[in-house]
Write a protein that binds this ligand. Structure first.
Ligand code: NI
Length: 391
Protein backbone atom coordinates (compact mmCIF):
# COMPACT_ATOMS: atom_id res chain seq x y z
CA UNK A 1 0.00 0.00 0.00
CA UNK A 2 2.80 2.44 0.86
CA UNK A 3 4.23 2.02 -2.63
CA UNK A 4 0.90 2.71 -4.31
CA UNK A 5 0.44 5.84 -2.19
CA UNK A 6 4.01 7.00 -2.87
CA UNK A 7 3.62 6.63 -6.64
CA UNK A 8 0.29 8.39 -6.63
CA UNK A 9 1.63 11.25 -4.50
CA UNK A 10 4.55 11.69 -6.85
CA UNK A 11 2.26 11.84 -9.85
CA UNK A 12 0.13 14.67 -8.42
CA UNK A 13 2.79 16.69 -6.55
CA UNK A 14 3.27 19.37 -9.23
CA UNK A 15 -0.48 19.82 -9.62
CA UNK A 16 -0.88 20.22 -5.84
CA UNK A 17 2.04 22.68 -5.67
CA UNK A 18 0.29 24.79 -8.31
CA UNK A 19 -2.88 24.66 -6.22
CA UNK A 20 -0.92 25.80 -3.17
CA UNK A 21 0.47 28.74 -5.16
CA UNK A 22 -3.02 29.71 -6.30
CA UNK A 23 -4.27 29.87 -2.72
CA UNK A 24 -1.12 31.69 -1.60
CA UNK A 25 -1.76 34.32 -4.24
CA UNK A 26 -5.42 34.74 -3.23
CA UNK A 27 -5.54 34.85 0.57
CA UNK A 28 -8.67 35.82 2.49
CA UNK A 29 -9.16 36.84 6.10
CA UNK A 30 -11.19 34.89 8.64
CA UNK A 31 -14.89 34.51 7.86
CA UNK A 32 -14.34 36.14 4.46
CA UNK A 33 -13.01 32.99 2.77
CA UNK A 34 -15.76 33.02 0.11
CA UNK A 35 -13.50 32.71 -2.94
CA UNK A 36 -11.23 30.23 -1.14
CA UNK A 37 -14.08 27.90 -0.20
CA UNK A 38 -15.64 28.22 -3.65
CA UNK A 39 -12.34 27.25 -5.27
CA UNK A 40 -11.86 24.29 -2.92
CA UNK A 41 -15.39 23.15 -3.71
CA UNK A 42 -14.77 23.48 -7.46
CA UNK A 43 -11.54 21.46 -7.25
CA UNK A 44 -13.24 18.69 -5.24
CA UNK A 45 -16.15 18.60 -7.70
CA UNK A 46 -13.77 18.46 -10.64
CA UNK A 47 -12.22 15.36 -9.06
CA UNK A 48 -15.67 13.85 -8.53
CA UNK A 49 -15.66 14.31 -4.76
CA UNK A 50 -19.05 15.05 -3.19
CA UNK A 51 -18.88 18.30 -1.19
CA UNK A 52 -20.91 21.08 0.36
CA UNK A 53 -20.26 24.61 1.57
CA UNK A 54 -20.98 24.83 5.30
CA UNK A 55 -20.88 27.65 7.86
CA UNK A 56 -20.79 30.11 4.92
CA UNK A 57 -17.08 29.87 4.16
CA UNK A 58 -16.19 26.28 5.02
CA UNK A 59 -16.27 23.18 2.83
CA UNK A 60 -16.88 19.55 3.69
CA UNK A 61 -16.03 16.78 1.26
CA UNK A 62 -17.15 13.18 1.59
CA UNK A 63 -15.52 10.05 0.23
CA UNK A 64 -17.16 6.69 0.66
CA UNK A 65 -15.07 3.55 0.55
CA UNK A 66 -16.19 0.43 -1.28
CA UNK A 67 -16.98 -1.24 2.07
CA UNK A 68 -18.75 0.30 5.07
CA UNK A 69 -16.73 1.05 8.19
CA UNK A 70 -15.64 3.84 10.48
CA UNK A 71 -15.52 7.51 9.51
CA UNK A 72 -12.35 9.52 9.75
CA UNK A 73 -11.95 13.27 9.19
CA UNK A 74 -8.97 15.19 7.83
CA UNK A 75 -9.01 18.89 8.71
CA UNK A 76 -7.35 21.85 7.03
CA UNK A 77 -7.74 25.48 8.11
CA UNK A 78 -8.07 27.93 5.22
CA UNK A 79 -7.85 31.52 6.52
CA UNK A 80 -5.03 34.05 6.04
CA UNK A 81 -3.71 36.92 8.16
CA UNK A 82 -3.77 40.75 8.02
CA UNK A 83 -0.06 40.97 7.13
CA UNK A 84 1.71 42.77 4.26
CA UNK A 85 3.62 40.03 2.45
CA UNK A 86 7.33 40.61 1.95
CA UNK A 87 8.51 37.35 0.39
CA UNK A 88 9.25 38.37 -3.21
CA UNK A 89 7.64 35.12 -4.32
CA UNK A 90 6.37 35.01 -7.90
CA UNK A 91 3.05 33.91 -6.46
CA UNK A 92 2.99 36.48 -3.63
CA UNK A 93 -0.37 37.72 -2.36
CA UNK A 94 -2.46 39.74 -4.78
CA UNK A 95 -4.70 40.79 -1.93
CA UNK A 96 -2.80 43.70 -0.41
CA UNK A 97 -2.35 43.54 3.33
CA UNK A 98 -3.52 39.93 3.50
CA UNK A 99 -1.11 37.01 3.52
CA UNK A 100 -1.01 33.27 4.03
CA UNK A 101 1.71 33.73 6.64
CA UNK A 102 0.65 30.76 8.77
CA UNK A 103 1.02 28.07 6.11
CA UNK A 104 -2.73 27.48 5.75
CA UNK A 105 -2.27 27.59 1.95
CA UNK A 106 -0.09 24.51 2.46
CA UNK A 107 -2.71 22.91 4.71
CA UNK A 108 -5.38 23.37 2.00
CA UNK A 109 -3.07 21.90 -0.65
CA UNK A 110 -2.08 18.91 1.48
CA UNK A 111 -5.69 18.11 2.37
CA UNK A 112 -6.74 18.42 -1.28
CA UNK A 113 -3.83 16.20 -2.31
CA UNK A 114 -4.88 13.53 0.18
CA UNK A 115 -8.49 13.88 -1.04
CA UNK A 116 -7.45 13.31 -4.64
CA UNK A 117 -5.41 10.22 -3.84
CA UNK A 118 -8.06 8.72 -1.58
CA UNK A 119 -10.71 9.38 -4.25
CA UNK A 120 -8.65 7.26 -6.63
CA UNK A 121 -8.34 4.46 -4.07
CA UNK A 122 -11.89 4.04 -2.79
CA UNK A 123 -11.89 0.36 -3.75
CA UNK A 124 -9.27 -0.14 -0.99
CA UNK A 125 -11.17 1.95 1.56
CA UNK A 126 -13.27 0.40 4.32
CA UNK A 127 -15.27 3.28 5.69
CA UNK A 128 -15.73 6.95 4.99
CA UNK A 129 -13.43 9.96 4.84
CA UNK A 130 -14.61 13.46 5.62
CA UNK A 131 -12.54 16.38 4.39
CA UNK A 132 -13.03 19.43 6.57
CA UNK A 133 -11.83 22.75 5.16
CA UNK A 134 -12.38 25.11 8.06
CA UNK A 135 -12.50 28.91 8.09
CA UNK A 136 -11.33 31.32 10.79
CA UNK A 137 -8.74 29.33 12.70
CA UNK A 138 -7.01 32.59 13.57
CA UNK A 139 -10.13 34.08 15.17
CA UNK A 140 -10.01 31.56 16.80
CA UNK A 141 -13.26 29.70 16.57
CA UNK A 142 -13.98 28.58 13.01
CA UNK A 143 -13.89 25.02 14.33
CA UNK A 144 -16.80 25.82 16.65
CA UNK A 145 -18.81 27.17 13.67
CA UNK A 146 -18.13 24.00 11.70
CA UNK A 147 -19.12 21.74 14.61
CA UNK A 148 -22.30 23.76 15.10
CA UNK A 149 -23.04 23.31 11.40
CA UNK A 150 -22.89 19.55 11.98
CA UNK A 151 -19.62 18.53 10.31
CA UNK A 152 -18.98 15.83 12.91
CA UNK A 153 -22.35 14.22 12.19
CA UNK A 154 -24.08 12.43 9.34
CA UNK A 155 -22.09 10.25 9.24
CA UNK A 156 -20.69 10.58 12.76
CA UNK A 157 -16.95 11.08 12.72
CA UNK A 158 -15.00 8.53 14.82
CA UNK A 159 -11.59 10.21 14.67
CA UNK A 160 -10.03 13.39 13.34
CA UNK A 161 -6.51 14.35 12.34
CA UNK A 162 -5.02 17.75 11.55
CA UNK A 163 -1.58 19.20 10.99
CA UNK A 164 0.28 22.48 11.12
CA UNK A 165 3.27 23.43 9.03
CA UNK A 166 5.95 24.05 11.68
CA UNK A 167 9.16 26.06 11.18
CA UNK A 168 10.59 25.09 14.58
CA UNK A 169 11.37 21.47 13.67
CA UNK A 170 13.54 20.12 10.82
CA UNK A 171 12.10 20.04 7.32
CA UNK A 172 10.26 16.86 6.48
CA UNK A 173 9.87 15.62 10.04
CA UNK A 174 6.52 14.79 11.55
CA UNK A 175 6.26 16.06 15.13
CA UNK A 176 4.01 13.84 17.23
CA UNK A 177 3.14 13.60 20.88
CA UNK A 178 0.64 11.91 23.16
CA UNK A 179 -1.46 14.29 25.25
CA UNK A 180 -1.12 18.08 25.07
CA UNK A 181 0.59 19.42 21.94
CA UNK A 182 -0.67 23.02 22.00
CA UNK A 183 -1.82 25.15 24.89
CA UNK A 184 -5.16 26.55 25.92
CA UNK A 185 -5.61 30.21 25.00
CA UNK A 186 -7.50 32.54 27.33
CA UNK A 187 -7.72 36.32 27.37
CA UNK A 188 -8.50 38.79 30.10
CA UNK A 189 -9.68 42.38 29.96
CA UNK A 190 -9.70 44.52 33.07
CA UNK A 191 -10.92 48.08 33.47
CA UNK A 192 -10.06 49.78 36.75
CA UNK A 193 -12.32 52.73 37.47
CA UNK A 194 -11.03 55.57 39.61
CA UNK A 195 -11.86 59.26 39.70
CA UNK A 196 -10.12 61.73 37.43
CA UNK A 197 -8.53 64.89 38.69
CA UNK A 198 -5.63 67.33 38.58
CA UNK A 199 -2.18 65.80 38.73
CA UNK A 200 -1.16 68.39 41.31
CA UNK A 201 -3.95 67.36 43.69
CA UNK A 202 -4.03 63.57 43.75
CA UNK A 203 -5.81 63.60 47.11
CA UNK A 204 -8.91 64.90 45.31
CA UNK A 205 -8.81 62.08 42.74
CA UNK A 206 -8.76 58.26 42.88
CA UNK A 207 -5.82 57.04 40.84
CA UNK A 208 -6.56 53.92 38.73
CA UNK A 209 -2.90 53.71 37.62
CA UNK A 210 -1.73 53.06 41.19
CA UNK A 211 -4.23 50.21 41.52
CA UNK A 212 -3.28 48.85 38.08
CA UNK A 213 0.44 48.74 38.82
CA UNK A 214 -0.16 46.94 42.11
CA UNK A 215 -2.35 44.43 40.33
CA UNK A 216 0.38 43.77 37.74
CA UNK A 217 2.98 43.32 40.47
CA UNK A 218 0.82 40.82 42.33
CA UNK A 219 -0.38 38.95 39.22
CA UNK A 220 2.72 36.81 38.74
CA UNK A 221 2.43 35.47 42.30
CA UNK A 222 -0.29 33.18 40.94
CA UNK A 223 2.55 31.43 39.09
CA UNK A 224 5.43 31.59 41.52
CA UNK A 225 3.57 31.27 44.85
CA UNK A 226 0.47 29.27 44.04
CA UNK A 227 1.28 26.72 41.36
CA UNK A 228 3.68 23.80 41.22
CA UNK A 229 6.93 24.88 39.55
CA UNK A 230 6.65 21.85 37.25
CA UNK A 231 3.27 22.97 35.94
CA UNK A 232 3.41 25.07 32.83
CA UNK A 233 1.51 28.31 33.01
CA UNK A 234 2.00 31.67 31.32
CA UNK A 235 0.18 34.82 32.44
CA UNK A 236 1.08 37.70 30.12
CA UNK A 237 -0.41 41.13 30.59
CA UNK A 238 0.24 42.66 27.17
CA UNK A 239 -1.39 46.07 27.30
CA UNK A 240 -1.81 48.72 29.97
CA UNK A 241 -3.50 51.89 28.77
CA UNK A 242 -4.33 54.83 30.95
CA UNK A 243 -4.25 58.59 30.69
CA UNK A 244 -3.09 60.89 27.93
CA UNK A 245 -1.72 63.96 29.66
CA UNK A 246 1.20 64.66 31.99
CA UNK A 247 -0.89 66.54 34.53
CA UNK A 248 -4.26 64.79 34.54
CA UNK A 249 -5.09 61.79 36.69
CA UNK A 250 -7.22 59.61 34.40
CA UNK A 251 -10.55 58.08 35.26
CA UNK A 252 -9.68 54.56 34.25
CA UNK A 253 -6.88 52.14 33.45
CA UNK A 254 -7.32 49.26 31.01
CA UNK A 255 -5.24 46.10 31.20
CA UNK A 256 -5.51 43.08 28.95
CA UNK A 257 -3.48 39.99 28.32
CA UNK A 258 -3.37 36.28 27.63
CA UNK A 259 -3.07 33.11 29.71
CA UNK A 260 -1.65 29.79 28.43
CA UNK A 261 -1.57 26.35 30.06
CA UNK A 262 -1.78 22.62 29.34
CA UNK A 263 -3.52 21.45 32.50
CA UNK A 264 -7.23 22.22 32.32
CA UNK A 265 -7.49 22.74 36.10
CA UNK A 266 -6.02 26.20 35.43
CA UNK A 267 -9.12 27.02 33.42
CA UNK A 268 -11.01 27.80 36.63
CA UNK A 269 -8.16 28.49 39.02
CA UNK A 270 -6.53 31.36 37.12
CA UNK A 271 -9.63 33.52 36.54
CA UNK A 272 -10.80 32.93 40.11
CA UNK A 273 -7.47 33.97 41.64
CA UNK A 274 -7.12 36.89 39.25
CA UNK A 275 -10.51 38.24 40.23
CA UNK A 276 -9.73 37.80 43.93
CA UNK A 277 -6.55 39.86 43.49
CA UNK A 278 -8.35 42.49 41.42
CA UNK A 279 -11.21 42.75 43.88
CA UNK A 280 -8.89 43.08 46.88
CA UNK A 281 -6.52 45.54 45.26
CA UNK A 282 -9.13 47.79 43.70
CA UNK A 283 -11.03 47.82 47.00
CA UNK A 284 -7.85 48.78 48.87
CA UNK A 285 -7.24 51.61 46.37
CA UNK A 286 -10.88 52.82 46.47
CA UNK A 287 -11.47 51.87 42.84
CA UNK A 288 -14.14 49.86 41.07
CA UNK A 289 -13.45 47.37 38.31
CA UNK A 290 -14.87 45.45 35.43
CA UNK A 291 -13.23 42.12 34.67
CA UNK A 292 -13.83 39.85 31.68
CA UNK A 293 -12.09 36.52 31.28
CA UNK A 294 -12.65 34.53 28.09
CA UNK A 295 -11.63 30.97 27.20
CA UNK A 296 -10.73 31.27 23.51
CA UNK A 297 -9.40 27.76 22.88
CA UNK A 298 -9.06 24.68 25.06
CA UNK A 299 -5.83 22.62 25.22
CA UNK A 300 -5.08 20.62 22.05
CA UNK A 301 -4.85 17.22 23.69
CA UNK A 302 -4.03 14.26 21.48
CA UNK A 303 -5.82 10.97 22.04
CA UNK A 304 -3.33 8.17 22.68
CA UNK A 305 -5.02 5.56 20.46
CA UNK A 306 -5.32 7.91 17.46
CA UNK A 307 -1.76 9.16 18.00
CA UNK A 308 -0.58 5.53 17.90
CA UNK A 309 -2.36 4.99 14.57
CA UNK A 310 -0.75 8.15 13.23
CA UNK A 311 2.68 7.14 14.42
CA UNK A 312 2.41 3.64 12.96
CA UNK A 313 1.17 5.00 9.64
CA UNK A 314 3.88 7.65 9.31
CA UNK A 315 6.59 5.21 10.41
CA UNK A 316 5.60 2.76 7.66
CA UNK A 317 5.15 5.53 5.09
CA UNK A 318 8.05 7.86 5.84
CA UNK A 319 10.43 5.88 8.06
CA UNK A 320 11.20 6.08 11.78
CA UNK A 321 13.82 8.79 11.21
CA UNK A 322 11.13 11.24 10.08
CA UNK A 323 9.18 10.95 13.32
CA UNK A 324 10.07 13.49 15.96
CA UNK A 325 8.73 13.22 19.51
CA UNK A 326 7.56 16.63 20.66
CA UNK A 327 8.61 16.80 24.30
CA UNK A 328 7.79 20.50 24.70
CA UNK A 329 4.28 21.29 23.54
CA UNK A 330 3.76 24.66 21.87
CA UNK A 331 2.44 27.64 23.82
CA UNK A 332 0.44 28.77 20.80
CA UNK A 333 -3.20 27.76 20.52
CA UNK A 334 -5.21 25.97 17.83
CA UNK A 335 -8.96 25.72 17.58
CA UNK A 336 -8.53 22.08 16.49
CA UNK A 337 -9.05 21.57 20.24
CA UNK A 338 -12.80 22.14 19.75
CA UNK A 339 -13.03 18.95 17.65
CA UNK A 340 -10.98 17.09 20.27
CA UNK A 341 -13.51 18.06 22.93
CA UNK A 342 -16.11 16.10 20.91
CA UNK A 343 -14.21 13.18 19.39
CA UNK A 344 -10.77 11.55 19.69
CA UNK A 345 -8.08 12.75 17.34
CA UNK A 346 -4.50 13.82 16.91
CA UNK A 347 -2.75 16.97 15.76
CA UNK A 348 0.81 16.94 14.46
CA UNK A 349 3.49 19.32 13.24
CA UNK A 350 5.01 19.09 9.77
CA UNK A 351 8.55 20.44 10.00
CA UNK A 352 9.79 23.12 7.57
CA UNK A 353 12.99 24.41 9.17
CA UNK A 354 15.83 24.42 6.63
CA UNK A 355 18.70 26.74 7.49
CA UNK A 356 20.64 26.01 4.30
CA UNK A 357 17.75 27.03 2.06
CA UNK A 358 16.77 29.84 4.43
CA UNK A 359 13.38 28.54 5.55
CA UNK A 360 13.69 29.79 9.11
CA UNK A 361 11.14 32.59 9.51
CA UNK A 362 8.49 32.08 12.14
CA UNK A 363 4.80 31.68 11.42
CA UNK A 364 3.03 35.06 11.03
CA UNK A 365 6.27 36.68 9.76
CA UNK A 366 5.88 38.79 6.57
CA UNK A 367 8.66 36.71 4.98
CA UNK A 368 7.30 33.34 6.12
CA UNK A 369 7.52 30.65 3.45
CA UNK A 370 8.14 26.90 3.35
CA UNK A 371 9.86 24.51 0.97
CA UNK A 372 7.18 22.89 -1.19
CA UNK A 373 9.05 19.57 -0.78
CA UNK A 374 7.03 19.13 2.40
CA UNK A 375 3.72 19.05 0.55
CA UNK A 376 4.04 15.41 -0.63
CA UNK A 377 5.20 14.45 2.88
CA UNK A 378 2.06 15.94 4.39
CA UNK A 379 -0.12 14.19 1.80
CA UNK A 380 1.57 10.87 2.59
CA UNK A 381 1.06 11.37 6.34
CA UNK A 382 -2.67 12.13 5.92
CA UNK A 383 -3.29 9.36 3.38
CA UNK A 384 -1.40 6.65 5.26
CA UNK A 385 -3.19 7.58 8.49
CA UNK A 386 -6.57 7.12 6.81
CA UNK A 387 -5.67 3.63 5.61
CA UNK A 388 -4.11 2.66 8.95
CA UNK A 389 -7.20 3.80 10.87
CA UNK A 390 -9.83 2.42 8.53
CA UNK A 391 -8.07 -0.93 8.10
NI1 NI B 1 -1.99 28.58 11.70
Amino acid sequence: MTNIISDKVESITQEIINIRRFFHQHPELQLQEYATSKKISEILSEWGIENTIVAETGVVGLLKGSKPGRTVALRADIDALPIYENTNLKFASKNEGVMHACGHDGHIAICLGAAKILSEMTEHLTGTVKLIFQPAEELPGGAAHMIKAGVLENPNVDAIVGLHIWPDIPKGTVGITQGPIMSAVDRFDLTILGKGGHGAMPHKAIDPIAAGTHFLTSLQTILNRETDAFDRLVISPCSFNSGNSFNVIPEKAEISGTVRYFDSTFQNLVPRRMEELISGITHAFRCDYQFDYTHLCPVVKNDSEITNYLEQATRKMLGQEKILRIDRPALGGEDFSFYLEKIPGAFFFLGTKDEIKGYTNSLHHPKFDFDEEIIPIGIKAFTSFVFEYLM
